[in-house]
Design a protein around this ligand. Structure first.
Ligand SMILES: NC(=O)c1ccc[n+]([C@@H]2O[C@H](COP(=O)([O-])OP(=O)(O)OC[C@H]3O[C@@H](n4cnc5c(N)ncnc54)[C@H](O)[C@@H]3O)[C@@H](O)[C@H]2O)c1
Length: 443
């Protein structure tokens, strides 16, 4: 038992529940949780209570953010898991490495070029390791596509067409809280699309070189609503009975049976007093500074070109990817069950996905008969990706990974390079050369 690796978590919101449960349940023989750090004592106390009441363990030591260094010095974690707000990731990644820890960071690794460069500098100064938790790589459907491309099934890859749509339930949720502020999340081209751009880098085995993008706020936010003649009197949903007919109604105080899952109230509403974090802002409010409609063109170092689009207000959620090579084309269609990730239990999430998950991967050989690729089903969120990434993160001897799914800080940066270049391109109205923003180490 003493050889268990020691983990601390910084950022105790919705996502950290996956790591928390993995450490305390499935991987408890290999891992132990030695500390929690957040701006909110209420949220940390919720997790600590879970450890005591559900797992019959002692309370978990808790540290308010200014005490991060003390947590590391006193609890001596081997690894710090960073699941805080995106714009704060770099602070904890860098400081944890300076204090002698390795780091697992949630995506996005960070949100802009200066912070990427600071992380690179800290890694070369400290020699510590950083893993970026790109769970989508582990989804069997994404792995199957990588496998068939690597086998040369469609020949040399020439072009990618990638369209991701977010719906007005899960997609709208990005517009209710800090994700809606560009300085906190980098916008959806960083916060969300870092997953997608990572998948493309990995599928086609290359990194981006030139990016041109357009992006608008057309649906959410006050201005877009007012153009449609919609005027809202409430800045949040909770406590406003007049909002009950609003299709975006999302009370977090437990007053509505539909949104009565305990974490929503206990992790967010009850923690407003100590964190100031409002979880249910009106999606048509003034706080929205990100885009909801984005189109991006990318040229990669290996000369592949990509058309990508992300729309955040669709009636269904999922994606279509078509990759064309000189010997055929692979088309992937995935429809997600509609869900709101943070706050729902794994069981609720799995049930939602059961109702709606559709995955189809079809190969069209250039002069042959099209065929479907069978996708193995793995239980767990994000198409089974969460289950498999946890195995890889927490087992001392994880199963061999011929698909190279474990993502490094370079992968983390390479995926961000499209998003931050796209942000710059939207701002400047010009194509952007990626290596002017960040020079990736030679790999
Ligand atoms: N890989 C995935 O599929 C996936 C899914 C969901 C979230 N995420 C990522 O996980 C991270 C957390 O997302 P979430 O949904 O849990 O969000 P959340 O808002 O529920 O949690 C964020 C937590 O960070 C804390 N925080 C804010 N400022 C902080 C600071 N300065 N220092 C320390 N903590 C601070 C908040 O108090 C909150 O507890 C994000 O980076 C997000 O991109 C990844």
């Amino acid at each position: 038992m003493n050889s268990r690796r020691r983990y601390a978590i910084v950022g105790t919101g919705g996502r950290s529940v996956m790591y928390f449960n993995a450490i305390l349940e499935a991987y408890r023989d290999h891992a132990q949780l030695v500390g929690l750090c957040d701006i909110s004592p209420t949220r940390m106390a919720w997790y600590s209570r879970l450890a005591v009441e559900h797992h019959h363990l002692s309370p978990v030591p808790r540290y308010i953010v200014g005490d991060f260094d003390n947590m590391v010095r006193e609890q001596k974690p081997d690894v710090v898991i960073v699941t805080s707000m995106d714009s704060t990731h770099h602070e904890y990644i860098i400081r944890a490495m300076e204090l002698g820890c390795d780091v697992i960071s949630e995506k996005p690794m960070t949100i802009d070029a200066a912070k990427i460069n600071a992380i690179f500098e800290a890694i070369s100064r400290t020699g510590r390791k950083l893993r970026v938790a790109f769970n989508y790589r582990y989804a069997p459907v994404a792995s199957a596509l990588r496998e068939l491309l690597a086998r040369g099934e469609i020949g040399r890859i020439l072009a990618v067409d990638f369209s991701w749509v977010l719906d007005t339930r899960h997609g709208a949720d990005y517009f209710r809280r800090w994700h809606a502020q560009k300085d906190k999340s980098g916008g959806l081209l960083v916060h969300k699309a870092t997953h997608h751009f990572d998948l493309v880098n990995w599928w086609i085995d290359s990194y981006p070189s030139t990016v041109f993008a357009m992006g608008d706020l057309k649906f959410y936010g006050r201005k877009a609503a007012e153009v449609r003649g919609e005027h809202y009197t409430y800045d949040r949903y909770t406590g406003h009975p007049e909002a009950q007919q609003d299709p975006f109604y999302f009370p977090v105080d437990g007053s509505s049976a539909e949104y009565a899952w305990a974490t929503l109230k206990e992790l967010y509403y009850d923690a407003e007093k100590d964190s100031g974090y409002i979880r249910d802002r009106n999606v048509f409010g003034d706080h929205v500074t990100i885009e909801d409609t984005m189109a991006v063109m990318v040229r990669y170092r290996n000369n592949v070109v990509m058309n990508y689009s992300l729309i955040a207000y669709c009636p269904w959620e999922g994606y279509r990817v078509a990759i064309t090579g000189n010997r055929g084309r692979a088309e992937l269609y995935v429809k997600h069950g509609s869900h709101i990730i943070a706050g729902q239990s794994d069981r609720e999430l799995a049930a939602a996905q059961d109702q709606g998950l559709v995955e189809q991967l079809r190969v069209f050989p250039m002069f042959g008969t099209p065929y479907d690729v069978k996708i193995p089903q793995v239980e767990g969120a994000h198409g089974g990706g969460d289950t498999l990434i946890l195995q890889n993160l927490f087992l001392p001897d994880p199963p061999p990974d011929p698909l190279c799914r474990a993502a490094s800080h370079i992968d983390g940066a390479a995926s961000l390079l499209v998003g931050i270049s796209a942000n710059e391109s939207i701002r400047a109205g010009m194509p952007v050369q990626c290596d002017r923003l960040v020079r990736l180490p030679c790999v």
